[in-house]
Design a protein around this ligand. Structure first.
Ligand code: M6R
Length: 596
């Protein structure tokens, strides 16, 4: 997703190489266009931007020669407005003396844009970054100082975003944070601001971490933090970051996996905002609606999201959809498909060879292809008719966590749209995810000692929690090296029950509607000596029958599966550590499987 960087220096100098390097450091976020603006002491602004990769655009437009005392660079991933030169960022205001760029989504972009045009401003693009610039222009033109204009603009701009702006003839840059990440830094003779900490660490280790509702005023020799609500300065010590780049990238967590687990409330929120605002969702849903047969295709964790997707689509839209492991699509379905059929190809990396092979087989019979993909610019995003991003940012840890949550959420959202349901109820999800993580982490920790020595487990679910059982089992296998089989709870008695002996651990994941069925399965296990651990919202019937419960917040049948996976991720993580392994880099595995 987008990234911004701004710098203010003591003297006019060549800023191009600094801006290019910052853009390269932010490029992991995914983008389709890049731009740089520099502000000179004589009041002129040099703005260069276009669609393409950082190095290509930088070379073509000669970013390296750009000079000034202040500079801004932005990487854009298109949400509002197609990827194009005019929609690329930074943007100028009507008369070209303000320049700014944003990261995130301004959800009332269309309304504000119309208002600015009606007020006589020159609006050049359809991009919401430009809307941020005009939102400040509106108040500057009414005679407010930059700081006051920004405070008013902050009130007008709805959504989650961060924004940096400068005005010709001044010495400062201003940046503010409302939902998206923003960190400021102070070095010898310069100050800077960026979407994330790792991208400024090569320049300085003295940083101010910003909170929502704060403006930072950047001058070469100091940073001033202002409370947007009161306009008063906020006193906060500049912190010296002592950790290495690796630790900084882990954001204070011991492992990337734990960081990514805890990013789930935020990425879920970002996905919801993105989908609510995206013009690409409606045609995506329409293509699903018109499909003769609908296939949901992926591998590993992404396949489990496909299973969850088929349950959501059946339940919310009455739409049958066939989840299929990508390599099996080729012999089982590819010979039968045609141009009326649609496949949704689901992948974190967008580079999984098994998935691309299935896509090629589908294309050979002219099947339509949609994508749900995390890595923008990956092969899958280029080869599908259209795709929706998963909006998770970079997932470094080999075990997929936040991408699974957003894959499931994407399917839930699409199923609701296809079924004609309002999606507003999903707004509660980020807070529920946060609550679940907070409340289940200690419950999981309390179980680890009793489970660490076991080399085999079962993980059982039913209906919408069946894919969660599959996913929980995969996580446990992948990073604890214990064998864990995920299966439909009702299948357990058809054979695997034979494995149960004294204290044998069996995990049950129950939705609120499946409690009576689960109770049968739990008892079939406990009477044979098995130890049953149930993940579900509080229910006296389950508590009475299970040995242990990991209690989820009450969220109803649609959201419970999305919450139930969280303690399974935490359990896998904690067991991996307890057994002496590195959860981020499990043996024999690679994050992206580009081989058959
Ligand atoms: O990048 P993809 O989503 O296509 O990857 C598919 C699987 O390799 C992946 O989900 C794998 O199962 C995960 N590492 C499991 O945590």
């Amino acid at each position: 997703m987008c990234g911004i960087f701004g710098i203010v220096t003591q003297e006019e100098q060549t800023l191009g190489p600094i801006l290019i390097a910052a853009a390269r450091r932010l490029s992991y976020r995914g983008y389709d266009s890049v731009g740089c603006a520099t502000l000179h002491e004589d009041g002129s602004i040099d703005l260069r931007k276009d669609v393409g990769k950082v190095d290509d655009v930088a070379e073509r437009l000669n970013f390296a020669e750009m000079s000034g005392r202040r500079g801004i660079t932005q990487l854009r991933w298109a949400t509002f407005g197609v990827p194009s030169q005019v929609n690329s960022q930074p943007h100028l205001d009507s008369d070209g003396d303000l320049v700014g760029a944003h990261n995130g989504n301004v959800v009332n972009n269309i309304e504000l844009r119309a208002a600015f045009i009606a007020e006589g401003m020159t609006v050049r693009s359809t991009n919401d970054g430009e809307t941020c610039v005009h939102a400040v222009e509106r108040y500057v033109d009414r005679g407010y100082s930059m700081l006051e204009a920004i405070r008013h603009a902050y009130e007008d701009l709805e959504g989650d975003y961060a924004f940096v702006i400068g005005r010709a003839g001044e010495e400062e840059l201003y940046a503010f944070k409302k939902g998206s990440g923003l960190v400021a830094g102070l070095g010898e003779g310069f100050s800077c601001v960026s979407s994330d900490l790792p991208s400024i660490l090569p320049l300085t280790r003295h940083v101010l971490r910003m909170e929502d509702g704060e403006i930072v005023v950047l001058r070469a020799e100091r940073l001033t933090l202002i409370d947007v609500a009161t306009g008063q300065p906020i006193s906060r010590e500049i912190e010296e970051v002592t950790e290495g780049m690796d630790a900084a990238q882990k954001g204070g967590y011991a492992h990337f996996m734990l960081k990514e687990i805890h990013e789930q409330p935020q990425v879920a929120q970002e996905l919801l905002h993105l989908f609510d605002a995206s013009p690409h969702v409606a045609p995506f849903v329409e293509q699903m609606r018109r499909a003769r047969n609908l296939y949901l295709i992926g591998c590993g964790t992404s396949y489990h999201a496909c299973v969850a997707g088929s349950v959501y689509l059946a339940r919310l839209a009455g739409r049958p959809a066939i989840p299929v492991l990508a390599p099996q699509f080729i012999p089982q379905y590819a010979p039968t498909v045609g141009p009326e059929d649609v496949g949704i190809f689901v992948s974190q990396s967008g580079e999984t060879k098994d998935v691309l092979n299935a896509l090629h087989a589908a294309r050979a019979n002219e099947m339509q292809a949609l994508g749900l993909v995390n890595v923008i610019g990956s092969t899958l995003t280029k080869k599908c008719d259209r795709y929706l991003p998963l909006a998770c940012g970079y997932e470094i840890s080999v075990p997929a966590t936040k991408t699974f949550t957003n894959q499931m959420l994407a399917f839930l959202y699409l199923a609701m749209r296809l079924g004609g349901h309002e999606t507003e109820s999903l707004q509660q999800l980020p807070a529920l995810i946060e609550q679940t993580l907070r409340e289940t982490e200690p419950q999981v920790a309390a179980l680890v000692d009793s489970l660490r020595a076991w080399d085999e487990f079962y993980c059982l679910g039913y209906g919408s929690t069946y894919p969660i059982a599959l996913e929980g089992a995969l996580k446990l296998k992948e990073i604890t090296y214990a064998h864990c089989e995920g299966m439909l709870s009702t299948e357990f008695k058809h054979g695997p029950l034979a494995a149960v002996r004294e204290s044998y651990p069996v995990l049950f994941v129950s939705g609120p509607e499946d409690v009576p069925l689960m109770i049968s399965g739990i008892n079939e296990t406990t009477v044979r000596g098995g130890k049953t651990i149930v993940i579900a919202e509080e229910d006296p019937r389950l508590r009475a029958n299970a040995h242990k419960m990991i209690t989820l917040p009450a969220a109803g049948p649609l959201l419970t599966p999305l919450l139930a996976v969280l303690p399974l991720q935490l359990l896998s993580y904690q067991l991996s550590l307890a057994r002496g392994y590195d959860p981020d880099f499990p043996r024999n595995l690679s994050k992206t499987l580009t081989v058959d």
